[in-house]
Design a protein around this ligand. Sequence first.
Ligand code: ADP
Ligand code: MG
Length: 463
Amino acid sequence: SARWVRAMAIVADLDERCGTPLAKLRQVADAMTVEMHAGLASEGGSKLKMLISYVDNLPTGNEKGLFYALDLGGTNFRVLRVQLGGKDGGIVNQEFAEVSIPQDLMVGSSDTLFDYIAAELAKFVAQEGEDFQLPPGRQRELGFTFSFPVMQTSIDSGTLIKWTKGFNIEDVVGQDVVAELTRALERQGLDMRVSALVNDTVGTLAGGRYNNKDVVAAVILGTGTNAAYVERAHAIPKWHGLLPKSGEMVINMEWGNFRSSHLPLTEYDHSLDAESLNPGEQIFEKLISGMYLGEIVRKVLCRIAEEASLFGDTVPPKLKVPFILRTPHTSAMHHDTSPDLKVVADKLRDILEITNTSLKERKLVVQLCNIVATRGARLAAAGILGILKKLGRETLKNGEDQKTVIALDGGLYEHYTEYRKCLESTLTELIGEKVSESIVIEHSNDGSGIGAAFLAASHSQYP
Ligand code: ADP
Ligand code: MG
């Protein structure tokens, strides 16, 4: 029918515009490397902030004692405690709790957000059992993982540059988030010192390094996306402080804000961006991360419903609701292996109230999920190639048997199998089979929180 022809034309057009041939991915990777240099050269020199983390020593495995961490990311926050055994002792004991952040707190005031967090942390501390040991007279210490762009002034202080990922609490912007948390802890009567403020990428890097000394970079693919890596301190022109003894400094790239004329942006992306809380910002993030993939699919479906009456003469009302279709839903549909695509039918019915779909229509939906996820995963691989190039690890060095390990984490990477497989195979395509033997992508399961606890240990007030 004419409707179906029109629908297929829209899909074909999307597929073409979302295309990421290797040549394009190489251009994206090169642009990433160029921006990394520019961001390191001067403050404000690039869309990539290339933030100095003040982490110049990564965990060695010798850390010892009881430490807490608080991981505030996108939709949930986690609190954890870990008892570290020191040299050869490893992680003796570990406990965590996860709490979801009520939607209204994400756009409320600083005090309500931090009071809520501090109260949950206080509850968790109150449950500390005998298998965790704090030496008498010592204050508890905390690593604070805060997954938003922060201009740090030391390992334990930093001001929020801007919110991302659906958070928007104006009175925190420009404030020291450690001071905000510390005041909330005091209001709770909780005696605890924030010893390290880290981005989740930096935490993941630290968590990865604790287990594997070849870890040199970390990438988060969750609600948002970001990356951090170990840079040579003398390759950071904008750093005017003393050169650290280690000669190294972890850089939080804030790569979600990367943009380049080589990125395959469609009308759907432009519209998503324009309607977002942060128009013009986090363009890379809006192409590849979990908060947005489902929404892009929804926008395309909505267009097809409008222009090709895909689901009947009127557009199903639910399809017009922004962010109603989440990435876990599109992921579930994408992974549907049943012959009649039952999962797709169920999701369309339960979430969008679209019933009686034909197999042909369900297949179209799967195709859309695939196009959008594939573009995201391949661009993420290009970003990783950009980092490898900056590190000079994208080729094999003569006579060297150097392994390069990149720690990956985040709900998108963890749960969206097709996305993960595509990312990994694309990276291999980009660097070649031979080099890819020296590059390892390692899942760092919830490394961001525990990594912050390790960093709290190495920056403890007690020698
Ligand atoms: P955050 O990024 O908020 O710190 P996570 O790393 O746990 O938290 O990532 C959560 C995100 O991962 C969700 O917002 C969602 O986009 C994505 N996600 C979670 N589960 C799935 C899934 N089954 N399939 C695809 N994406 C998922
Ligand atoms: Mg997180």
